[in-house]
Design a protein. Structure first.
Length: 299
């Protein structure tokens, strides 16, 4: 029988080395939602912080487990761990709960009957978001709204030309704006989140756009692109990591040809100016609003 793993639990929890990885944030991982019901002997989950996303993952894991299979779930106490036990009990489960390394860990043996799986899977699964009128999913960045940084970029972005890349495309909000220009010939959309990529494919039906499930930091760059747009992430596993945005800026420069332009938006407190000035020939602060700053950078 199969052992499944979701996410990257700390080594102190001894994650199984031979398990099938199912996190949507790890490129080429299997999909937890695609596992056959009752096909797994055990599942270990490093639970995500969002309530809808976490209950969705728990429900998928319980559906995949055979009766008598073991579910082992952990999360930092301040990022959902303190609620894990109660949430698992809402599925009608008996829960053994312990504390370790600033985490809560819950172990469940799957009974014959589990309550509320379909409801949790529907609430946390792919859906058309009212108001956005676009496909998205809990867990995707700004899944149910237009992020203010992306809105600022979209407001000031001129009509792009030629071949470009949307680094960290999410469900496709910025790409939709870029593709309004008939002078755009190709757009490569890249995101680390498989759920975002799947939503983007449903939201954008344009032959000029191609979607890639990939870590933007390791993306192959040939220095032949005309433009890059990006609202870079600055959190990794829930913790702020400024190196992410800095890596996106360096990758944008690698992707562009000489004279190519990058449009990058960031939270006002993030110190990206030095990275931009080091990677580009000319940098201009275009706008500041709502806690965000927008740069145009020419290679």
């Amino acid at each position: 029988m199969t052992t499944l793993l979701y996410g990257r639990p700390p080594v102190v929890f001894d994650p199984p080395g031979d398990a099938i990885q199912t996190s949507p944030l790890i490129p080429d991982a299997a999909a937890l939602e695609a596992q056959d019901p009752g096909s797994a002997a055990s599942v270990m989950i490093y639970a995500p912080p969002g309530v809808l996303e976490r209950r969705y993952v728990l429900a998928l894991a319980l559906r995949a487990l055979k009766v008598g299979g073991r579910l082992d779930v952990m999360a930092p106490k301040d990022k959902g761990g303190s609620r894990l036990g109660k949430e698992l009990k809402t599925f009608g489960l008996e829960v053994a709960e312990t504390a370790k390394a600033h985490h809560r860990r819950c172990v469940v043996i799957r009974p014959e009957t589990v309550e509320g799986l379909d409801e949790a899977i529907a609430a946390g699964g792919p859906q058309i978001v009212p108001g956005l009128e676009a496909w998205s999913q809990p867990g995707v960045f700004a899944w149910d709204r237009i992020d203010p940084g992306s809105a600022l970029l979209a407001e000031h972005l001129p009509a792009m030309k030629g071949e470009g890349v949307d680094l960290g495309c999410g469900y496709g909000a910025l790409s939709i704006v870029v593709l309004r220009s008939p002078a755009v010939t190709k757009l490569k959309m890249v995101d680390l989140d498989r759920r975002a990529i799947q939503a983007a494919r449903r939201n954008i039906e344009d032959d000029r756009a191609k979607v890639w499930w990939s870590d933007a930091r390791t993306l192959e760059a040939e220095g032949d692109k005309d433009f890059v747009v990006s609202n870079p992430p600055f959190h990794d596993g829930g913790a702020e990591d400024r190196r992410l945005g800095q890596a996106f800026i360096r990758k944008a420069a690698e992707l562009l040809k000489k004279g190519g332009v990058a449009w990058v938006v960031a939270n006002r407190h993030l110190p990206y100016e030095a990275e931009l000035n080091a990677a580009f020939k000319r940098v201009r602060l275009v706008a500041e609003a709502g806690g965000y700053k927008l740069f145009e950078a020419v290679k």
